[in-house]
Design a protein around this ligand. Structure first.
Ligand SMILES: Nc1ncnc2c1ncn2[C@@H]1O[C@H](COP(=O)(O)OP(=O)(O)OP(=O)(O)O)[C@@H](O)[C@H]1O
Ligand SMILES: [Mg+2]
Length: 260
């Protein structure tokens, strides 16, 4: 097994407030890891940090991707290395069509030189997989798209850009039951085609894990991983919620303070 992403003792600050407090995580090639945790526990902060969002400052620790420390790389440099983030809240880009964006991104990131005709053919194939109408190719990205359409658009971008590591921040939020299956199938297909891809999937609900089988599930409490396990952990959380972990962490903290 080859390590693809290694996060070591990562501390992240936003506007001088620490949000992540020493995260450690290792993901090998070909593995799917799931990140769960309460609202505000820091899941998107980690996702955005991995992609190099400038608002998130690494105050200490390191992120190593494919053998290279990427702490100081810009988002486009990380994308070139093969990182991809599907946003929790995808932004619209009025003026830029889906087809143009994907074609330019493919050229910039991968030096892709397929003819416009072949590119369009590939795009339509991937759109069919996700049951996205071909008319979306000429619409401005996410402009006026429904919540579910935006989420499918993120997955379309993943399929077209062929990243080595995929971070999906709640790809299942706001999806109807059929769309959830489409999105999950598309992720599975991508994984089958690219068996070495690493995936970090952020979700609140066990349901998507009925379709996508994770190797590991991690739980965030207040900016740190406090529990890791197999798929059964997601089922346990579904039943028990997060209180037991929050209480356990509070007790641990109390013990440390008492010892001082
Ligand atoms: N740009 C920012 N400025 C100030 N605070 C921020 C910023 N981004 C995140 N935070 C704070 O960091 C904490 C973690 O937020 P984050 O979005 O990472 O949580 P999350 O686990 O993704 O939650 P959710 O499940 O609701 O998506 C929150 O308290 C949030 O308010
Ligand atoms: Mg979030």
């Amino acid at each position: 097994m080859t390590m693809l992403l290694k996060i070591e003792d990562l501390h992240i600050e936003i506007s001088e407030k620490e949000i992540l407090h020493g995260v450690n995580l290792e993901i090998n090639k070909g593995e799917v890891h799931v990140l769960m945790g309460r609202n505000g526990s820091g899941k998107s902060t980690l996702s955005n940090t991995l992609m190099g969002h400038p608002a998130y400052k690494v105050s200490s620790g390191s992120i190593t991707f494919d053998g290279q420390v990427i702490n100081n790389l810009k988002p486009n440099e990380r994308a070139k290395l093969g990182l991809f983030l599907g946003f929790q809240y995808p932004l619209s880009i009025p003026g830029v069509t889906v087809a143009n964006f994907l074609r330019q991104a493919n050229k910039a990131l991968r030096g892709d030189s397929t003819s416009p005709r072949d590119f369009r053919k590939l795009l339509y194939e991937k759109m069919d997989d996700l049951e996205i109408d071909h008319a979306f190719a000429t619409r401005y990205i996410n402009d006026g798209f429904s919540g579910g359409e935006k989420k499918r658009m993120e997955i379309l971008q993943m399929a077209m850009l062929e990243p080595k590591f995929v971070i999906l921040d709640e790809p299942d939020s706001g999806l109807d039951i059929d769309s959830l299956k489409l999105v999950a199938n598309s992720i599975n297909r991508y994984k089958e085609k690219n068996p070495h891809v690493g995936i970090l999937l952020v979700t609140h609900y066990q349901r998507i894990l009925d379709y996508i089988k994770p190797d590991k599930v991690h739980v965030f409490v207040e900016g740190n991983v406090v529990e890791s396990g197999g798929p059964e952990l997601a089922l346990e959380l579904e039943k028990k919620g997060y209180d037991w972990l929050t209480v356990r962490e509070e007790e641990k903290r109390q013990l440390v303070e008492d010892k001082r």
